[in-house]
Ligand binder design. Structure first.
Ligand code: ZN
Length: 338
């Protein structure tokens, strides 16, 4: 069985950033829809919502515009309006499987939403299971203010668009996500924190929140183009500011000369039998990059990925290095620092 400690998965929304393309429909450059897509890709979500509203007025038969409008309402937890927009999109384009999937998930989420309390703190939209959350709503708000300020300071980035944070019982969480194994937290465009009655403590909540909020920032900066295990490594780095990470498995792998190559590691998926070790290795890779250079350079690197640069190109441009060289120098660094 997995320990809750390690399974902090990162999933993408059914309607990923890249699934919206202004070129699909609009020839004219300055249509409201193309402006909405551009703003969405810039993570300028309030502006994107305005434009998407205009777009469906401009073109009431434009399924993509309704799909995007639904997505923007969904992300800010306005589920009724999201449902309306997605149903409209499906009516116009009944073969859109991604929209149907998104709508199915929304309906499961809407059922749970009814039982949740509301407590917002800028820019977070918070829904939580009252009585099952280990700390009171004031403490949740304080945790959010802290993570926004302290993680934001290292990234020099403070989002001004709504970020939904959902704290609900583990069983409901499984129903929404259809997950087959234990997960401590999740970022999929919203921060989801499953609560295990009697087991999720306030400190645990804070730790998971720091991890998942970091994913939210990385997602914005790299626009969904960050290699998965770099993303996890960066999230672990921030999480370790709340609670230091045990590195014993990575140490053993290092001593046994079993550490994977960066190039292959960053691209691999989640391997349930090796998660804990993989998180530790990912942490050490990200830590090396940030210690050798800086957070500021890491942020620039992520922004390069967000502009569509391939990993190797972005490494060369930002750090004047490549994965193979990094890999070697990292191993030398580990000899002294692990
Ligand atoms: Zn994660």
């Amino acid at each position: 069985m997995l320990k809750g400690k390690v399974a902090l998965l990162l999933l993408i929304l059914p309607l990923a950033i890249s699934s919206f393309s202004a070129r699909v429909f609009c020839a004219e450059e300055a249509s409201a829809f193309s402006r909405a897509v551009a703003a969405y890709k810039e993570r300028n979500l309030d502006k994107a919502l305005q434009y998407a509203r205009d777009a469906v007025v401009e073109h009431p038969d434009h399924a993509d515009a309704y799909a995007l409008l639904g997505q923007l309402y969904y992300l800010r937890q306005d589920l009724a309006k999201a449902q309306e927009a997605w149903e409209r999109a499906l009516k116009l384009a009944p073969d859109r499987k991604d929209v149907r999937q998104a709508l199915d998930r929304l309906q499961r989420e809407a059922g749970i939403e009814k039982s949740l309390s509301r407590s917002d703190v800028y820019p977070f939209v918070v829904r939580y299971a009252d009585g099952q959350t280990p700390v009171d709503s004031g403490s949740v708000r304080q945790m959010l203010r802290d993570v926004y300020r302290q993680v934001g300071q290292q990234f020099e980035y403070f989002p001004d668009h709504p970020i939904s944070v959902l704290l609900y019982p583990y069983a409901d969480f499984e129903a929404v996500k259809g997950l087959s194994h234990q997960v401590a937290g999740l970022y999929d465009g919203k921060i989801r924190l499953p609560l295990k009655p009697g087991r999720t403590t306030g400190q645990e909540l804070q730790r998971i929140l720091w991890h998942e909020y970091t994913h939210a920032l990385v997602h914005d900066l790299a626009r969904g183009n960050c290699p998965m295990w770099l993303n996890e490594g960066i999230a672990e780095l921030q999480e370790s500011r709340v609670q230091p990470l045990d590195l014993s498995l990575a140490r053993k792998a290092f001593e046994g000369k079993r550490l994977p190559a960066w190039e292959q590691f960053w691209k691999q998926g989640y391997n349930p039998s090796n998660l804990e070790e993989d998180y530790q290795i990912a942490y050490l890779m990200a830590q090396y990059m940030v210690k050798r250079w800086s957070w500021r350079e890491m942020v620039r690197f992520l922004q390069r990925l967000g502009q569509g640069e391939a990993v190797e190109d972005a490494l060369r441009a930002q750090y004047r290095t490549d994965l193979a060289t990094l890999d070697q120098e990292w191993r030398q660094w580990l000899r002294r620092n692990l």
